[in-house]
Design a protein. Structure first.
Lengths: 213, 393
């Protein structure tokens, strides 16, 4: 095992970088989409429950199935991988953003409007910052989950550590097959933990002192 | 600084500074879809510039809805709203609200922003220069009785309920709006704090002369703060609109009489204010003064205690002569339990304060928390005796 890793350290490092890069970019994109959607729906009760429904149902779609469906229009490569990973990344953030925005004290929002802040200013300067800890919790869940889903994206020849896992599994019983699958899996777990720690730090730095518990 | 204060006589209602503008509501109606009766039904109301008008009535009578239609947090279904000579019914609501101060229960402060940022919000939206905003923040903290150095950089959760409410008032006054709307502003604080906040508001209003509209469910609060009171019934029907004295003396309907409550003689306690009494002058001493000298002056004046003032002239304690004579110099100790009332406090408040502090008197504060004199329980008893004799005779 150790030998396997040493021999391929360049390749592993490169794929690890690709993996993290895919995950981070997709989480960022997913977060932006989720926040936009949340901002559109959170004022209406009907739209809010629709959004919650979508995020609940969306998470039950098997990643394999979604990737398979995406193969037809987009073919193999990076596009279906990005679309699928972004889709899964957006869902937990959407749910938490809707919950977080709905949880902002109504009296604070009313006083923001009452002193003459526009709807947009109220959202950007008051509601989003107050909902931020909840949204960030969603981003953390999202990142963890998507680290695993990005591995499956290797099935459509997307970038990342999933390649090692699939190569290993397809040659099971052959030389280094188990090593390959294990190396891919362990690297993903380690990177996921590191990313989570980083996000925790981001949370510390971006949560205003006035709302820290 | 250290001399016996002159007796402040009952001030003959001086011409007050007025910076407010009149408000006129014309046939204002609010109808919610799916309700057969309008929440506010064809209300016409004139509020004079610089007056404090209190809205009272049972819950659900539409008084809060009517208040929120003045700054158009709730859009009227029909009717016109005038501020000064301007018809603001169709003005951009955000820009309108920046010209109207708004205070809600518990202050409604932004928990993620510091006190200074909260207060500076409206001036910054109006595009004031940074320097001017900073100066204004300190000025306002000073006005509401909070030390800028100490409170500027705190977060709302680091303040007590009463302090948050003060910051709420400071934020509402930040851009010097002519009109101040308050929605049950003192509902969430304990009685003693509420009374101090009310005194504070009276003092601020005395300095500024804004047009204030305030919703309350507490009739005593309405009597204390209001130049006029509007009593509402369901649908925001105006049952009576008059001065507190007139409403207490002659309730327009059975309904108002019920609302006002019984015990008319003791109601006088909420009508009579501390500034109408002949306050007792008192010997004062500043922090660091020679104690023996202070004792001598107090003896000469016939006082058995001394009121200690800090550097800004605010009373901080009132040690007895026995206590003072044991010291060399006047100490800077702040007596947290010092009973204080404002000139605008009612006799009811003063009595409450004394009872809460188990003291036979209270220190009276004038403008900017400076000392105005001392009120004693005997003076209040005398005042009650007088009104009883007047009512009887």
């Amino acid at each position: 095992m150790w030998e396997f890793v040493l021999d391929r350290r360049g390749q592993i490092a490169y794929q690890a970088f690709q993996h993290v890069s895919l995950v981070l970019q997709c989480v960022l994109l997913g977060t932006l989409i989720a926040l936009l959607l949340a901002a559109l729906v959170y004022r209406s009760a009907a739209a809010t429950s629709l959004a919650n429904g979508v995020s609940a149902v969306g998470l039950t779609i098997p990643a394999f199935a979604l990737l398979g469906i995406l193969l037809a229009p987009f073919g193999f490569g990076i596009t279906p991988a990005v679309i699928a990973v972004t889709f899964y990344a957006a869902l937990p953030v959407l749910r938490n953003a809707v919950v977080g925005l709905a949880g902002v004290d109504r009296s604070v929002v009313e006083s923001a409007r009452g002193i003459g802040m526009s709807r947009l200013a109220t959202l950007v300067r008051v509601e989003l910052p107050l909902a931020w800890p909840v949204i960030l919790a969603g981003i953390r869940v999202s990142t963890q989950m998507v680290m695993g889903i990005a591995a499956i994206a290797a099935y459509v020849l997307g970038p990342g550590l999933g390649g090692f896992i699939f190569t290993g599994l397809s040659r099971l019983g052959g030389a280094n097959a188990l090593n390959s699958a294990l190396a891919g899996t362990i690297a993903i777990v380690v990177l996921a933990l590191v990313l989570d720690l980083l996000l925790l730090l981001v949370g510390r730095l971006t949560t205003p002192r006035g709302i820290r518990v | 600084m250290s001399e016996t204060l002159p007796v402040p006589s009952a001030p003959p209602a001086p011409a007050r500074r007025v910076s407010g503008v009149p408000i006129r509501l014309e046939h204002v109606t609010k109808r919610y879809p799916g309700q057969d009766r309008p929440a506010v039904d064809d209300v016409t109301l004139d509020i004079a510039a610089g007056e404090t008008v209190m809205f009272v009535g049972p819950s659900g009578c539409g008084k809060t809805t009517l208040l929120k239609m003045i700054n158009r947090l709730i859009e009227p279904t029909s009717g016109r709203i005038h501020l000064g000579d301007e018809d603001v019914t169709n003005q951009d609501p955000d820009r309108l609200r920046r010209r109207i101060g708004y205070v809600i229960q518990a202050g409604g402060l932004f928990p993620h922003m510091m006190v200074a940022t909260n207060i500076g919000m409206v001036p910054r939206m109006l595009g004031w220069e940074k320097q001017r905003v900073t100066e204004r923040i300190d000025e306002l903290l000073d006005l509401v009785g909070l030390d800028p150095e100490q409170y500027r950089d705190r977060y709302p959760k680091e303040l007590s309920g009463g302090q948050q409410q003060r910051v709420g008032v400071a934020r509402a006054l930040a851009a010097d709006p002519p009109v101040l709307l308050m929605d049950e502003p003192f509902g969430a604080v304990d009685p003693i704090t509420r009374q101090r906040l009310q005194d504070e508001l009276l003092r601020i209003q005395d300095e500024l002369g804004k047009t204030i509209v305030c919703v309350t469910h507490d009739f005593d609060e309405a009597v204390k703060l209001g130049d006029r009171i509007v009593v509402f019934d369901v649908g925001a029907r105006i049952v009576q609109y008059d001065t507190p004295e007139a409403i207490l003396a002659a309730p327009a309907e059975e309904y108002v009489a019920d609302f006002v409550g019984a015990g008319a003689t003791l109601k006088q306690l909420t009508l009579t204010r501390v500034n109408s009494l002949h306050l007792r002058p008192v010997t004062t001493a500043s922090v660091g003064d020679d104690a023996a000298d202070a004792v001598a002056r107090a003896r000469a004046a016939g006082d058995d205690f001394v009121v200690v003032l800090d550097r800004r002239g605010r009373p901080i304690s009132w040690p007895t002569l026995a206590e003072v004579s044991r010291m060399a110099a006047i100490p800077a100790t702040v007596d947290e339990k010092l009973p204080v009332v404002g000139l605008g406090s009612t006799l009811n408040d003063a009595l409450d304060t004394m009872l809460a502090a188990s003291q036979g008197g209270a220190v009276v504060l004038g403008r900017r928390d400076s000392l105005a004199g001392v009120v004693t329980i005997e003076m209040i008893m005398d005042a009650i005796q007088r009104t009883r004799q007047e009512t009887a005779g």
